[in-house]
Design a binder for this molecule. Structure first.
Ligand code: ATP
Length: 278
């Protein structure tokens, strides 16, 4: 069921601060951000800038040290993680931090069972997720006997089986080849078109440019940039500060004076074709 309260942001982050107790690191230094239903966001930033720490607040894995995070109007500090899990699914950067069952089938049905979904819905969701992630026929395998790429896809499938409003993927393309990466990003686009809010953490600015409608750049625990890819890519100074380089095709088409610079080579070719036909 998609979130219908359109007047409210689906996730509202207000002056979020977070410090890790064990080493005293202040990972988030006061971030404010509103995520709307249907957004497709790429979160960029250097290693250790706070990207994972930020998104782990969205499903209650972490609780704010200061400020607040509201999900569908629910304060994550007072809402059980099990309730948040029905709305926000988080795919870990390392699938082995997520996978713990003895078989693929157990793994894929664990989340829906925990949410006490009806048996037939659990089965249907699990089968659909396995099909989408091309893991059919591997139901009885031990997850740790799968390849790294397959384990990554299983981790994604476990979240898809819950059908949460918000799907967060922490560097989902690690361990996937180019074809699979493209397939995964296209799948995320389809899920987005069905109303799911998609948040992808990535170091791949080209990927962000091609698929995301909004780019958020985190720098040293703070929000450096937030906007559509064109607006963000024009902020050269700020991007330089965090060692991000705009995609070559954007830089090229911007330099030669194209009014709306291309975000991907495919888009450039498409724009050029249209121009020729006009
Ligand atoms: N479990 C933890 N315990 C203590 N400190 C942590 C923990 N996780 C992250 N940190 C620290 O918090 C800061 C932010 O880390 P975080 O993992 O959120 O960054 P990131 O932008 O996701 O990095 P990467 O791109 O490397 O995944 C870093 O200084 C990191 O060392």
């Amino acid at each position: 069921m998609r979130y219908m309260e359109k007047s409210l942001p689906i996730v509202k982050v207000d002056n979020l601060k977070f410090g890790y107790v064990k080493n005293g690191i202040l990972a988030l230094k006061g971030i404010s951000l509103e995520i709307n239903q249907g957004d497709f966001i790429a979160i960029l930033g250097q290693n250790g800038s706070g990207k994972s720490t930020l998104v782990r607040h969205f499903n209650g894995l972490l609780q704010p040290t200061g400020g607040s995070v509201m999900v569908k109007g629910m304060d994550t500090r007072t809402t059980p993680v099990s309730k948040l899990a029905a709305s926000v699914g988080y795919v870990f950067q390392n699938p082995d931090h997520q996978i713990f069952c003895a078989s693929v089938w157990e793994e894929i049905t664990f989340g829906p069972k925990n949410l006490k979904l009806p048996k037939d819905v659990i089965e249907a969701n699990a089968k659909e997720a396995l099909k989408i992630m091309e893991l059919e026929g591997k139901e009885n395998r031990h997850p740790h006997s799968l390849s790294r790429g397959e384990r990554q896809r299983l981790a994604i499938a476990t979240v898809l089986a819950i059908k949460p409003d918000v799907i967060i993927l922490d560097e989902p393309t690690g361990g996937q080849d180019k074809a699979r990466t493209e397939k995964l990003m296209k799948l995320l686009q389809e899920l987005n078109a069905k109303g799911h809010t998609i948040i992808v953490i990535t170091h791949d600015i080209e990927l962000a440019a091609e698929y995301a409608q909004r780019i958020v750049v985190i720098f040293d625990g703070g929000l450096l940039l937030d906007g559509d890819p064109h607006a963000v890519f024009l902020e050269k100074e700020k991007l330089r500060q965090t060692f991000l380089t705009v995609p070559d095709i954007f830089a090229f088409t911007h330099t030669i004076g194209i009014k709306v610079p291309a975000l991907s080579p495919a888009q450039f070719v498409e724009d050029f074709r249209k121009l020729k036909m006009a």
